[in-house]
Design a protein around this ligand. Structure first.
Ligand code: MP5
Length: 218
């Protein structure tokens, strides 16, 4: 069995917890509180911003044939930031001026630490899991969300055909990197696969509860 398939089977209970999260269910059903969705928008905007230096840090570690696709991801992230800005403007949400929540801060630090300290295949594992998690999560939302909803453009962004193809590309590449890796590196990739999934669950939970920083108001 290829690496990604094997890992997706292994983390299935966690993955199912993620897909069953109330944030996704309420967004799908159109019952999510506007302020709850706005919390996710503000926090994810900061996360996507931080994903740009994460991708940039992968490039020096990557073989030359991966430079072009990774640069393409950076361009897509920049476009995505504009989608957040456009949607926030359309619905009157103030996007900027918040700190990353504790969970978001931890996830961002984890991304950067992985990019700088781990191997290319390990960091690529984190990239794949974060993208696959968002594709699957927004596919849940797509199953019920009204096309006229102001949040529908986010569904199109992550649950659409172009993103599905991008995730399939990452999966194929990660499977190849895993097949070239030794047993110890593959074990570290498996750990990162699970840890990234845990962060994705934590991110939806943070968005749903609005939790900021433990012991503090913001
Ligand atoms: C993604 C995201 C998807 N925007 N936010 C979280 C918490 N996880 C994954 O990544 P991208 O780079 O926005 O497609």
């Amino acid at each position: 069995m290829a690496f990604c398939e094997e890992q997706l089977v292994r983390v299935r209970p966690l993955w199912d917890r993620m897909l069953a999260h109330r944030f996704l269910r309420e967004t799908r059903d159109g019952t999510i509180a506007r302020e709850t969705f706005a919390t996710w928008m503000r926090q994810d905007y900061l996360f996507v911003e931080a994903a740009i230096p994460f991708l940039a840090a992968l490039i020096p570690k990557a073989p030359p044939e991966d430079w072009e696709p990774l640069s393409g991801v950076i361009a897509a992230l920049q476009k995505e930031l504009k989608l957040f800005e456009e949607r926030a403007g359309a619905v009157g949400v103030k996007l900027r001026g918040r700190r990353p929540s504790f969970v978001n801060h931890a996830y961002i630090q984890f991304l950067l630490a992985t990019a700088y300290r781990a191997s290319y295949a390990e960091a690529y594992t984190v990239l794949y899991v974060a993208e696959k998690a968002y594709h699957d999560s927004w596919t849940v939302v797509k199953r019920g969300l009204d096309r006229g909803s102001p949040w529908y453009p986010f569904v199109e962004n992550w649950a659409g055909e172009a993103f599905a193809q991008y995730v399939a590309f990452l999966e194929k590449r990660l499977d190849a990197l895993a097949s070239e890796a030794g047993a110890a590196e593959r074990a570290r990739m498996a750990d990162l696969f699970e840890l990234t999934t845990r962060y994705e669950v934590a991110f939806w939970e943070m968005a749903a509860t609005g939790e900021g920083w433990p012991g503090l108001e913001d």
